[in-house]
Design a protein around this ligand. Structure first.
Ligand code: ZN
Length: 357
């Protein structure tokens, strides 16, 4: 279902004039997959079919993508990459991301998703309109809405790399291309039932995250919906101040662990985005959907920053891009206030294996 003004037949370049408030990220996962298929067909029909970006003034991304092993977050600002000479590989048919990564190994270059000219969106508008809590909505309720919505948007992006790569006949993110859940030099591990950290292929890790997050959302003890009758009156500041045991979502019936749980969910979803950028940016670029990815991710980051759902350590692999958006004014500058005390684990929830904190 697309909201008013959204036409799935349009390419990203064609819809940059759309107002953000009209769009409201109405891409369903299925619809987005349809878009991706259409784009890949269009891409395959290009005369040279070599993955060149639509704008000839911009260098193709695969020539400049950094080796993940050479990535050092502390050395990334400001991004500055000399234009790379055309590689013979550009005349070849589409290559996979891992092949491109190999070609660029040890080049010590910063990936192109950390460049300002590639940081644009499919919409114009103020992302705060999507993130700011309506006055009459209790914050716990608003966070529940955001978690569900962000999970839906992320699922749409993940679906694109789960679709078949025409050059290999395999999903773009597969066990060979992504043997670990990596994002640059960062590798996320999973905790097995014996509480040992284990490496999982990214495709498996992400599927586990999706199952885990969906399970949380459907958990009535965490996101109670069956017992909902009517919205409770909003507590005022004086009431909150007089209740030393107050916590996020208390008046709406959320459990005390709610804040810890949603922060952990958010952190895990962030890791999926980090993997998509670091390992699959070229695929998004080649299919002209990198601005779709940017649009979903900036909304995700904006909400996470405003409500303190993650901290600087969590966001480090993507910090250069976040810094670009802050510099552009797309993301608000925030006071360093909401970082302390971010919980890191959800021991005992869901049982069995879980992602590491
Ligand atoms: Zn992958």
């Amino acid at each position: 279902m697309f909201p008013l003004g959204w036409d799935p037949r349009l390419r990203p370049e064609d819809i940059t004039e759309q107002e953000l408030t009209l769009l409201s990220f109405g891409m369903s996962a299925k619809s987005h997959a349809d878009i991706m298929r259409a784009r890949r067909r269009a891409f395959a029909q290009r005369p040279n079919g070599n993955g060149q970006p639509r704008n000839p003034g911009q260098p193709p991304s695969r020539t400049n993508t950094a080796s993940p092993t050479a990535y050092s977050p502390s050395a990334l600002a400001p991004p500055s990459i000399p234009a790379a000479p055309a590689s013979p590989s550009l005349t070849h048919s589409m290559a996979t991301n891992d092949q491109a990564m190999q070609r660029n190994a040890n080049t010590n270059r910063i990936p192109l998703f950390f460049r300002e000219e590639h940081s644009g969106f499919i919409v114009k508008g103020n992302f705060m309109t999507l993130a700011a809590k309506p006055h009459l909505i209790e914050e716990g309720e608003w966070m529940a809405h955001q978690i569900v919505e962000q999970n839906r948007l992320l699922s749409g992006m993940v679906k694109t790399v789960q679709s078949e790569d025409r050059s290999t006949g395999r999903p773009v993110c597969n066990e060979t291309a992504c043997p670990t859940m990596a994002a640059g030099t960062t590798t996320y591990t999973w905790i097995d039932v014996n509480r040992n950290p284990i490496n999982l292929p990214a495709v498996t890790y992400i599927k586990h995250i999706q199952t885990w997050v969906t399970g949380k959302i459907q958990d009535q003890s965490l996101f109670p919906t069956d017992s909902f009758a009517s919205a409770p009156p909003l507590p005022n500041a004086a009431q909150l101040a007089s209740d030393p045991a107050s916590y996020l979502g208390k008046t709406s019936g959320f459990p005390q662990r709610y804040e810890i749980e949603i922060k952990n969910m958010y952190k895990q979803m962030f890791r999926c985005y980090a993997h998509l950028y670091w390992q699959h940016w070229l695929f998004f670029w080649d299919t002209s959907s990198h601005r779709d990815l940017n649009t979903c991710f900036v909304h995700f980051v904006n909400v996470g920053r405003i409500y303190g759902l993650f901290n600087d350590k969590d966001t480090e692999p993507m910090q250069p891009l976040i810094d670009i958006w802050v510099k552009q004014g797309v993301l608000p500058k925030l006071e360093k206030a909401a970082e302390a005390g971010t919980p890191t684990t959800t021991a005992g929830s869901g049982g069995g294996a879980m992602p590491t904190a």
